[in-house]
Design a protein around this ligand. Structure first.
Ligand SMILES: NC(=O)c1ccc[n+]([C@@H]2O[C@H](COP(=O)([O-])OP(=O)(O)OC[C@H]3O[C@@H](n4cnc5c(N)ncnc54)[C@H](O)[C@@H]3O)[C@@H](O)[C@H]2O)c1
Ligand SMILES: [Zn+2]
Length: 353
């Protein structure tokens, strides 16, 4: 296992160090921020720790969002946060430290990049999904006009610390969400990561800290390497990260599945289509479907045809009636294909029926 290794994400002349932290987080943050002032945005899950943080970071003021999770990604919260930064009189080389899940890091990074055109930023991620995906990549987001992630910009933090101790309070369903995205990352870029999620899924879902750390590290390494090559998504390289997301989004929108479960379901459908169209060996497709099922199953029935067609039409990757679909020719070999809605519906019927 790779222990204590830092991943460096370089983009646009900036550098972001990503690492797991098992203990001593407060001391770590104190050293990194070196007596400067700042704002600490804490997830409401950690409300009870307020006094500890006041002692640990005396130059910091503390902020919470009014609402938790996804509901915090809005203008009202952003405005409140920017107001707090201004009231604290923060200068450009002061800090915003965000400790929470992906929703909080999307909101916090959004504000950090705007305040005085860029406050120094550390993301402390307390969810596996944050470590695997949300905190790694420099994308910030608010929900707007009824649509998810409709407003945002790119802003790279200086550090991402993966707070392994915080993972202990994550419910199993949230671990499963992060594992579904980690498995996707493994299928795309790192066979050993896919094998780890496959062979050790029971221990991972039970919260085994060493295995979760290894999963997080392999995932952020792979994602960081891709993001560094296409930070602003101008070359289309990040498109492969949509593996499992085309039908996943359909199931998420129609059946209200949480995102991770929807991705696991979408991976099952993608495995089916990859077998038929991209030459993925049947044994590999079956294996992917078995692992996805352990992470997110049992599956609801396929989305009814009319609704599925409507939702696929709304997919932003549609071109001339055909959808751009990420498939696997084999593990670690993604291919982007144009497919019809019929092909996706048939694959869903076979994978989920
Ligand atoms: N910017 C990106 O590239 C990117 C990528 C993927 C996902 N995201 C975003 O990430 C968000 C989802 O993030 P998430 O899944 O990390 O969850 P989250 O931030 O939405 O938090 C979900 C819930 O878990 C609680 N929580 C957080 N950490 C906890 C812990 N350690 N123990 C117990 N409870 C805890 C929160 O208070 C909240 O109630 C979505 O808004 C999604 O759009 C962003
Ligand atoms: Zn996703």
């Amino acid at each position: 296992m790779s222990r204590g290794l830092k991943t460096i994400l370089r983009a646009e002349g900036r550098r972001c160090l990503i690492e797991t932290v098992a203990r001593g987080l407060a001391g770590r943050l104190r050293r990194l921020t070196r007596g400067r002032r700042g704002l600490l945005l804490l997830d409401r899950a950690f409300r009870a720790e307020t006094e500890d943080w006041r002692d640990a970071l005396p130059g910091f003021s503390l902020a919470f969002t009014a609402r938790r999770g996804e509901a915090a990604k809005n203008w009202g919260e952003a405005r409140r946060l920017l107001t707090r930064m201004a009231e604290a009189g923060l200068a450009r080389d002061d800090w915003l430290v965000v400790r929470g899940g992906g929703s909080l890091s999307d909101l916090g990074a959004f504000c950090a990049g705007l305040y005085r055109r860029g406050l120094r930023l550390i993301l402390v991620t307390t969810t596996l999904l944050g470590a695997v995906d949300a905190a790694v990549g420099g994308k910030t987001a608010l929900n707007f006009g009824g649509a998810k992630n409709q407003v945002g910009h790119f802003y790279l933090p200086e550090r991402v610390l993966v707070d392994l101790a915080a993972f202990r309070s994550l419910p199993r369903a949230r671990l499963a969400e992060g594992l579904a995205e980690a498995y996707k990352t493994g299928l795309l870029f790192d066979r050993n990561l896919a094998d780890l999620v496959d062979r050790r899924s029971a221990e991972l879902l039970a919260g085994d800290q060493d295995l979760l750390a290894e999963t997080a590290r392999r995932s952020f390494q792979a994602k960081a390497a891709l993001v560094a090559r296409d930070f602003r998504e101008e070359k289309g390289l990040r498109e492969v990260l949509n593996l499992g997301h085309t039908y996943g989004h359909v199931a998420e929108a129609h059946a209200g599945l949480n995102h991770g479960r929807a991705v696991a379901l979408g991976l099952s459908v993608a495995a089916e289509l990859s077998r038929g169209r991209a030459g993925l060996p049947a044994s590999e497709a079956a294996r992917i479907q078995a692992v996805s099922g352990r992470l997110g199953g049992p599956w609801p029935p396929p989305v009814p045809e009319a609704a599925a067609r409507r939702l696929l039409q709304a997919d932003k990757k549609i071109r001339g009636g055909r959808l751009r679909f990420v498939a696997l020719a084999e593990v670690e070999r993604p291919v982007i294909m144009e497919v019809s809605a019929d092909e996706i519906l048939n694959a869903a019927a076979a994978a989920l029926g």
